[in-house]
Write a protein that binds this ligand. Structure first.
Ligand code: NAD
Ligand code: UD1
Length: 319
């Protein structure tokens, strides 16, 4: 049966992929203030309603829930830039934490019982603590306002399940990449910057790129379609109820190795300029995903396949 599903931040990079997937079977309402999201990320679809509004505006949330009730909520709206949270902690806190509490409260007080409230958290909650791989029980060490608000929101989400029996699930995303990721800031995801560099250097044999540090830093890059697979499991499988899950691939790869894969796929060379490692950069981060796999998750898009799909979407004619 068709469900009515709210996706906050649905016009953004990850949200828009989720919306397209959900629309195959359900009605979807997107709440987005279009600060980084774009209308053009969303499809034309009679089952889609787009509400322009701010999750940190209590009137907006109250009106939205007065107008209709939801079966599922995916809460992705956030100021996703860690640097912005460092520069403007008060403003980002309003969206990244107050917005979560407003939504949770609306979800628990609507008449129809919510079937799942899925919250988009981040591997940033683990901070620089060196134990690897990161399991959901690894020490938490949030280092920035962004990470603190993500962890605070997580605690609100799980406490709403304990106090009010709201069915919830928390997803800790690792480094997500794929089409529609915005490369416009120097602090955008490294793969969006790399693919953009290939786009700009399209006609040249060599592509220019700056690596901060020695290129040996390790990450767990997960293709956006696999993130959507994980989010759907967190919402629709009974076993995910009230759990916290890493959403990664469990396969570590260094930045140098990623650049090599891109060179092989595009048959172009990257001319790397090295600069000092960024302040606070985490040398190695990757997920243990046993918990997610127990829900039936499989990595469908290992890095070579994911980068190929990303390049095809962004540079179609040239790859
Ligand atoms: P994004 O910036 O593309 O998407 C965020 C969306 O939220 C945008 O559409 C934006 O317009 C909207 N938004 C921001 N503030 C809002 C507000 N106050 N009210 C309503 N809408 C608002 O970023 P993304 O990469 O798609 O991130 C989605 C979620 O995943 C975020 O919660 C982010 O923190 C989390 N996350 C992303 C990554 C990653 O690698 N991309 C990693 C960890 C966690
Ligand atoms: C990512 C998240 C961040 C989160 C952290 C937690 C993004 C954009 N950032 O940060 O929200 O707190 O995971 O695990 O998803 N790099 C270069 N050259 C560039 C850009 C980056 O060498 O032009 C390097 C960075 O210094 C870093 C690596 O690439 O070592 C990955 O950078 P980035 O994509 O910004 O992600 P994280 O730092 O892992």
């Amino acid at each position: 049966m068709k469900k009515n599903i709210l996706v906050t931040g649905g016009a953004g990079f990850i949200g828009s992929h989720l919306v397209s997937a959900l629309l195959k079977e359900h009605r979807v309402v997107v709440l987005d203030n279009f600060s980084t999201g774009r209308r053009s990320n969303l499809p034309e679809n009679s089952q889609l309603t787009v509400v322009e509004g701010d999750v940190s505006d209590l009137c907006v949330i109250s009106q939205l829930f007065a107008d209709q009730e939801f079966d599922y909520i995916f809460h992705l709206a956030a100021i996703a830039s860690v640097m912005e949270s460092v520069e403007q902690p008060l403003v980002t806190h309003q969206t990244n934490m107050d917005g979560t509490i407003y939504l949770l409260n609306a979800a628990r007080t609507q008449n129809k019982p919510i079937q799942r409230f899925v919250f988009a958290s981040s591997a940033a909650v683990y901070g620089a603590e060196p134990t690897l791989p990161k399991t959901e029980n690894s020490p938490i060490q949030p280092l920035t306002p962004y990470a603190i608000d993500k962890f605070g929101s997580e605690r609100y989400v799980t406490s709403y399940s304990q106090l009010f029996q709201l069915p919830v699930a928390v997803a800790r995303f690792f480094n997500v990449y794929g089409p529609r990721q915005n490369p416009d800031s120097p602090y955008s995801g490294v793969l969006s910057l790399l693919v953009d560099a290939f786009k700009k250097g399209n006609q040249a044999d060599r592509v220019e790129f700056t690596v901060y540090g020695d290129g040996q830093q390790v990450r767990d890059f997960i293709y956006v379609a696999d993130v959507i697979q994980g989010l759907r499991l967190l919402a629709f499988s009974e076993e995910a109820r009230d759990g916290t899950f890493n959403l990664g691939t469990g396969r570590p790869i260094s930045l140098h190795e990623v650049i090599l894969v891109l060179e092989i796929l595009t048959k172009k060379q990257v001319n790397i300029s090295y600069k000092a490692a960024r302040e606070g950069d985490i040398p190695k981060s990757y997920a243990a995903i046993t918990k997610l796999e127990q829900l039936g998750f499989q990595v469908n898009m290992p890095i070579e396949k994911g980068l190929q799909a990303y390049l095809e979407a962004e540079l179609c004619a040239t790859v």
